[in-house]
Design a protein around this ligand. Structure first.
Ligand SMILES: O=C(O)[C@H](CS(=O)(=O)O)OP(=O)(O)O
Length: 239
């Protein structure tokens, strides 16, 4: 039986053994939801970069750059971080360079694992099917917020852990995975109400950027499965 574990923040990621594991990065508000939306709408590759200077250098070379810090688009970037910017018209057939406050940092941290994949509610069934098929131990890495715990990522970790364990192909002896499933069980029947507790929702609301909440918690909007290949994210076609 394969194991599922959860790291609640990148700050503690180094304490997990990722040898031969698949790392699922989750940044529900908003990076991994944005990545799934970009692939759904035809982006060919995404280059995740950690720092602003790297993103700026790509822009100077002529790349399309999506970059924000603290929710706000960087001045040199083409787009900020709302999934609603990414339509077939804006990103179809293009390579995008992507840098965000929390999500792209988490993605690059997992690069020594067997594989890094991108998870969100938008592609959760694709993630489940892929992990069941691959039969590796799994670490769900919550991107959190500036190194801290984020409720929305923990809820996703709980939903995914629960679904994997219900296949009888995974089990867990990880306290964080058990805690995330308890949280998900508490929230799932009245999710809209529970999401009032999510701090990132309120941070986004202050900036007028909280129109994404309903969308980012909608399951299975797409069947894309973004995977890190070298330094780029590419989409695996579903079976
Ligand atoms: O753009 C976002 O939603 C956040 C920015 S912040 O957490 O509000 O500073 O970045 P992400 O990397 O998508 O969590």
């Amino acid at each position: 039986m394969n194991q599922v574990e959860v790291a609640f923040s990148p700050t503690i990621f180094n304490h997990y053994d990722i040898d031969n594991k698949i790392v699922v990065v989750a940044d529900i508000l908003r990076a991994t939801s944005v990545i799934c939306t970009m692939f759904k709408n035809g982006v060919t590759e995404i280059i995740p970069v950690r720092n602003i200077e790297e993103a700026r250098a790509y822009k100077e070379k002529g790349y399309l750059v999506v970059a924000e810090r603290n929710g706000q688009k960087l001045d040199f970037a083409d787009f900020g971080n709302s999934p609603f910017y990414f339509t077939p018209e804006t990103i179809g057939g293009k390579i995008v360079v992507y840098s965000t406050t929390n999500g792209t940092n988490a993605i690059t941290m997992g690069k020594d694992a067997n594989q890094v994949i991108i998870g969100s509610f938008l592609n959760i069934s694709s993630v489940i099917n892929y992990l069941v098929d691959k039969s590796h131990d799994v670490l769900i890495m919550c991107a959190g917020w500036k190194g801290k715990f984020s409720l929305e990522d923990a809820l996703f970790a709980g939903a995914l852990s629960k679904a994997l364990i219900s296949t009888n192909k995974f089990s867990t002896i990880c306290d964080s995975a058990n805690a995330s499933m308890d949280l998900w069980n508490l929230a799932k029947d009245d999710l809209a109400n529970y999401l009032e507790k999510v701090a990132q929702r309120h941070r986004l609301k202050k900036m007028g950027l909280d129109d994404v909440i309903g969308y980012c918690f909608t399951p299975d909007v797409t069947d894309v499965l973004p995977v890190l290949v070298g330094d780029r994210l590419k989409a695996i076609s579903p079976k």
